[in-house]
Design a protein around this ligand. Structure first.
Ligand code: MN
Length: 753
């Protein structure tokens, strides 16, 4: 026999096997008309012909791949004819002589659109990270054309992952990481749980093969014991359910290897201590109107046999999870003293949980395949037509987003960045570059101006606005979610502090010279004590900031260049251990707001945000100490007239280094440069810290809300005066958060009693 003949025989054999695979696919497409069957066959023929000379890395004919992808679509995602046709053709336009026009001529325009979308997403992304991200974005955005593009792409990726063994090691790693990074989260968001966990596991197998193998073998070696246990556990349940006449299916769901690993890591436990390695699932076939009562009846049967743990009962039937998941979960104690999770759900609930979105539509009344999909697509389109919604929002809208710990956002050029959930534009700025972070004054998110503290959402496109004069400040630390940004801010702050302290040192040196005081450690220690500073560094820092009154040096004696604290002028050290309340209840007394009164519990009222320099009064609450209000606070009139006996005269002790948050509203005429002018004043001229800023423009008018940290009233006045000078600014007012009112609940009680 010659080689040639051998090949002939093999090819014949291959043809038969290919046909068998195709028949398997047809069986998987459960509901199809004769017309639809014909179309699927046509797609198969076109694909076979187009790929006829191609083989996969494993050596098998290429056509097995599209057949397998189509089968995943039908069997595991519950997709219909159109998707099956597209899946069969998904690689033809990219890899063969078939053109998009051919596809349209043969299968219609809808199929063309989907294939077009699929062709735009390359199999393996380019080495260049930004191209990768750009493509990912395109992929997400194709949802707007047809969600089936994404679903078929996921099926494609799933099959490639299942057959990744035949790839070269470096390719394996790349594809696996990409799967973990891009595709598994996407499957998750679309509610395709089994696809998601399989992708995760397959990726894990290549990215962390050692651990994977270990857990896999641990699972294997414990399998017999587990199976015996399970058989024993479900036996009585099975009998009871059969006796009650239920049509049901019982499955054992073993936890995926990647989630076992996750659990081992988060709980810091060895494999043996992962108690929920598996769950028993009871799936009851029952009409929708009986679902709830049947599930609870089954629950009652289960708990007749096994004692449930009341804390571990989850009723996601009465209240489905945000992503649409419905199921009844309970954890019961087996006679062997082992906790076992039992999940009870209907067949419908199970399909939706396993297959995601597509399954939802299977249960709508209309039986015809395409109209079901049309409606689905129509709903998606409707959401997409809403210009307020980005592609990712749409997914959220469908409640498919489980709580994810990462968000995906984009640069103006479409480059993808991954940040922790809760990240703000500052995180993003520092993610781009430290300098960008350090000088960030705000950003445009999806073309709209937002403040530094704006929390990023999936799909946001961010353009950072910087100013050379901007500098990081302590408040920034509270605004960021990523470790990277936090660390960068800290190091910038330290550097800045050091530089400022140096200025302070120079100031002090000059002053000492002037007063003939020797610049020596002893004198510095005396000064620290005198001004009550924790360290020399802090002393220098405050000096530079102008927060230390050096004229008070005169209060000290200078003995041959050595400073002496004069007793008579020293700060009284005895603390006010007095019972303060009776004392300040005397109307003549004035509450001095300052450190000396640390023993009196007071806070600055949130309704009017008083700052030093404002005219203020104190209001004695029954259990919250004294609240300091501005005299012109909206609550003032009420408090002063009706509850005068609880009001205390108050004034500020002195200027403090403490800064206070003040919100201002600026109203004026819209002008391109106005935002820059305002932020420049804030950051450059007065060195005030801006906490948040937002601007809105409407028909030529603009309204800006700025929150700044200022030291006192004078400081604030300086700032507002500068604002007034900006061309276009018409009005500036203090503004406070609405809804904050003095809590008067306790007052009523007082009055009555
Ligand atoms: Mn493919």
């Amino acid at each position: 026999m010659s080689d040639f003949q051998l090949n002939e025989v093999d090819l014949e054999q291959e043809r038969k096997e290919i046909l068998r695979a195709f028949k398997g696919l047809l069986r998987a497409v459960k509901t199809r008309s004769r017309e639809q069957t014909k179309m699927i066959r046509k797609a198969f023929d076109v694909a076979v012909e187009a790929h006829k000379d191609m083989r996969r890395k494993s050596g098998e004919p290429y056509i097995y791949h599209p057949i397998a992808v189509a089968r995943i679509c039908a069997e595991e995602m519950g997709l219909g004819t159109t998707s099956v046709i597209c899946a069969l053709l998904h690689d033809t336009v990219e890899d063969t002589h078939i053109t998009l026009q051919d596809v349209e001529d043969l299968f219609g325009v809808k199929t063309r659109t989907i294939i077009d979308g699929l062709t735009k997403i390359p199999e393996v992304f380019d080495e260049n990270a930004s191209i990768q991200a750009e493509n990912f974005r395109k992929m997400i955005l194709t949802i707007s054309d047809d969600i089936r593009v994404v679903l078929i792409k996921l099926a494609d990726r799933l099959h490639n992952m299942r057959t990744l063994d035949s790839m070269k090691a470096d390719k394996q790693l790349k594809i696996a990481s990409e799967t973990k990074f891009l595709y598994a989260p996407l499957a998750h968001r679309l509610g395709l749980y089994s696809v998601k966990s399989e992708l995760d596991d397959l990726a894990f197998k290549y990215t962390d093969s050692e651990v994977y193998k270990q857990i896999e073998s641990s699972l294997k070696s414990t399998q017999d014991v587990r199976n015996r246990f399970i058989r024993k556990f479900i036996q009585p349940l099975k009998e009871a359910l059969q006796f009650e006449g239920y049509v049901f299916d019982m499955k054992v769901r073993t936890k995926s290897i990647s989630s076992i690993w996750k659990k081992m890591q988060t709980k810091e436990i060895p494999f043996e201590e992962v108690y929920d390695l598996f769950a028993i699932r009871i799936i009851v076939d029952t009409p929708i109107e009986l679902e709830k009562s049947d599930c609870w009846r089954i629950y009652s049967i289960v708990t007749d046999f096994y004692q449930p743990s009341p804390e571990r009962l989850r009723d996601w039937i009465s209240t489905p999870r945000a992503n649409g998941y419905e199921s009844l979960h309970t954890t019961v104690m087996s006679p062997q003293g082992k906790w076992v999770e039992v999940q009870i759900r209907s067949k419908r609930m199970d399909e939706i949980a396993e297959r995601g979105l597509a399954a939802h539509y299977k249960y709508k009344e209309d039986k015809s395949e395409d109209s079901k999909f049309d409606r689905w697509i129509a709903e998606i389109r409707e959401l997409m037509d809403n210009p307020e919604l980005s592609a990712m929002d749409f997914v959220n809208e469908f409640k498919m987003n489980l709580f994810s710990d990462e968000i995906y956002v984009f640069t103006p050029k479409g480059e993808l960045r991954v940040l922790p959930t809760g990240a703000t534009i500052l995180d993003f700025a520092y993610d781009i570059h430290t300098d960008i972070g350090d000088t960030c004054i705000g950003a445009k998110v999806n073309m709209k101006l937002v403040p530094l503290s704006y929390q990023l959402q999936n799909g946001d496109q961010i353009e950072i606005i910087t100013s050379e004069k901007q500098k990081p400040n302590e408040d920034w630390l509270r605004m960021v979610a990523s470790a990277r940004a936090k660390q960068k801010i800290k190091s910038s702050l330290n550097e800045e502090r050091k530089a400022i302290s140096l200025d302070g040192k120079e100031i002090l040196e000059r002053k000492f010279k002037q007063f003939n005081i020797r610049f020596i450690g002893e004198n510095l220690t005396t000064l620290e004590r005198f001004y009550d500073m924790p360290s020399t560094g802090e002393l220098y820092f405050r000096l530079a900031k102008g927060k230390i009154d050096l004229s008070r040096l005169r209060e000290m004696e200078n003995v041959n260049g050595i400073l002496q604290i004069e007793k008579k002028n020293a700060q009284p050290k005895d603390k006010h251990e007095l019972d303060v309340y009776p004392k300040i209840n005397k109307k003549e007394d004035v509450l001095i707001i300052g450190e000396d009164f640390k023993n009196i519990q007071y806070r600055l009222a949130k309704c009017c945000n008083p700052i030093p320099g404002d005219l203020v009064f104190g209001f004695i609450t029954t259990n919250d100490g004294i609240n300091i209000h501005r005299n012109n606070c909206v609550n003032a009139e009420h408090l002063q007239s009706k509850l005068a006996y609880r009001c205390v005269k108050s004034k500020w002790k002195s200027q403090k280094l403490e800064s206070h948050l003040v919100s201002l509203r600026l109203i004026g005429i819209d002008d391109v440069g106005i935002v820059n002018k305002i932020t420049e004043i804030i950051s450059n001229e007065l060195n005030v810290n801006m906490k948040s800023i937002s601007f809105e423009a409407n028909d030529g008018l603009f309204e800006g809300k700025i929150s700044v940290l200022v030291y006192d009233r004078e400081h604030l006045d300086q700032l507002t005066q500068k604002f007034e000078l900006i061309e276009g600014v018409k009005r500036i007012e203090r503004w406070h958060t609405e809804g904050e009112e003095e809590n008067l609940d306790d007052t009523v009680e007082d009055v009555l009693s």
